[in-house]
Design a protein around this ligand. Structure first.
Ligand SMILES: *Cc1c(COP(=O)(O)O)cnc(C)c1O
Length: 431
């Protein structure tokens, strides 16, 4: 049994009972199914094996920002994944986890000089360039280092991905990518430069796409731009089609990776290129859950009920940031009457609400709830807000669980805070 699955009212992760995990790991903690992560990776791989007929196998460059835990990167590296990184830190983690540099692409609108240098030293496949000043800076640094920088230009296809405004990236008013009418000239400029080697184009229109149609438009734009460059007599070997494939949170329809691969075949299949894709959420999103204990059940005279958890928006920011509703269930549901409540965290903000008017079995103080589909953009966005620890993380591999991050104790949380000497009477650390 793989993944996070409820059977007869009991929640399991790869066959391990969550309520048993919660006996040994203090809540709140994230738990991941390694089997689910591998299954998702392989599903995408086999969709392309069957539906895409290019000359080369696509590179699946996992978007590390969805969940950059080294254990997860290592698991994916062992199955042949590449990486899409957006900072020097992510790049170093991907290398540390053993991901092949020739399968690493570096995206992002604000790469610093230090990050560009790290990228050039590591021999990654390419830097995905997002602006004219960026490519000028890469050229300058490559020249100073006396190396040739392999780059791709990220196009902005002006396509609406139809997702939440905060995670839509492919419209012309978004900060990402380069407008179509500037690409050819920039590509020519780079091609003529001794220290730049433009090898292709990239596109990424947004995240959590459940309707795949916007991809068709974006990839058509990519194909048109590719032909322009080839017609101008320049080489183009790599097309990076980005990430964004959605998962199920509530009532979405799960996008089919076969259809996704069909769209790639239809729009880009006749081009002799190396396809790179950058899925993040799709790989890890539904392979993770945040496990939390009920601190109080509060019943107001007005008739509103609140289930107050020991997990809050500092552990899982998505509901507060993107208005997302995650599926929430009891880890052990032993047939109780239904009850409607708002499920909230302990943080002093009204936004610290996971879901309103949720129907659950009448839960009791001390029992455990699972906030599911939180493997992506969960732990990586955790903070110490309210001086709370960032949550622990656990992965189930085979039949056993491994704690892959411990919760921080108080000492660790204050360790890097420095108190200067403010006159008399104030002590400096240690407290
Ligand atoms: C965030 C991001 C991704 C991954 O998006 P998902 O929705 O998690 O698949 C891929 N590529 C780029 C450039 C990104 O910024």
């Amino acid at each position: 049994m793989s993944g996070i699955i409820e059977r007869d009212g009991v929640l399991y992760v790869d066959g391990v009972r969550v309520s048993e995990l919660a006996q040994s790991v203090p809540t709140p903690f994230y738990v991941y199914s390694s089997q689910r992560i591998i299954d998702k990776f392989k599903t995408l791989q086999s969709s392309f094996a069957e539906h895409y007929h290019g000359l080369k196998d696509p590179i699946i460059a996992y978007a590390c920002k969805a969940n950059s835990h080294l254990a997860i990167l290592k698991l994916l590296a062992e199955h042949g994944a590449g990486a899409d990184v957006v900072t020097g830190g992510e790049l170093r983690k991907a290398l540390l986890a053993g991901i092949d540099p020739q399968k690493i692409v570096f995206s992002g609108v604000g790469k610093t000089d230090a990050e560009i240098r790290t990228a050039l030293e590591s021999g990654i496949l390419q830097i995905n360039v997002e602006s004219r000043p960026e490519v000028e800076e890469i050229a300058r640094i490559a020249e100073a280092m006396d190396v040739v920088a392999h780059i791709a230009f990220r196009i902005n296809p002006n396509v609406d991905a139809g997702t939440h405004a905060k995670i839509t990236t492919g419209k012309k008013e978004n900060k990402f990518g380069i407008p179509n009418d500037e690409i050819l000239e920039l590509y020519q400029w780079a091609y003529a430069h001794d220290h730049l080697s433009p090898r292709g184009l990239s596109v990424h229109i947004g995240s959590q796409l459940t309707n795949l149609e916007p991809y068709r438009k974006a990839f058509r734009a990519l194909a048109a731009q590719t032909r322009e460059i080839l017609d101008a007599g320049m080489p183009l070997d790599v097309l990076d089609i980005g990430g964004g494939i959605g998962i199920i949170y509530t009532d979405e329809i799960s996008p089919c990776t076969d259809v996704y691969a069909d769209i790639v075949q239809e729009t880009l299949g006749d081009l002799d290129v190396q396809i790179v894709m950058e899925p993040g959420r799709y790989i890890v999103g539904d392979a993770g859950a945040l496990i939390s204990q009920v601190t109080y059940v509060k019943k107001n005279n007005s008739g509103r009920n609140y289930i107050i958890l020991d997990a809050g928006m500092n552990d899982l920011l998505r509901p507060a940031l993107y208005d997302t509703v995650h599926p929430i269930c009891c880890v052990d549901n032993h047939g109780r009457a239904p009850f409607v409540a708002d499920i909230v965290g302990p943080i002093c903000e009204t936004g610290d609400t996971f879901v309103k008017d949720k129907t659950l079995p009448e839960v009791e103080r001390g029992e455990y709830l699972a906030i599911c589909s939180s493997g992506a953009y969960g732990a990586v966005m955790a903070s110490q807000y309210n001086t709370r620890s960032i949550p622990a993380e656990v992965i189930v591999y085979g039949k056993t669980h491994h704690v892959i991050r411990k919760a921080r104790d108080f000492e660790a949380m204050v360790e890097d805070e420095i108190i200067p000497k403010f006159g008399q009477g104030l002590v400096t650390r240690p407290l």
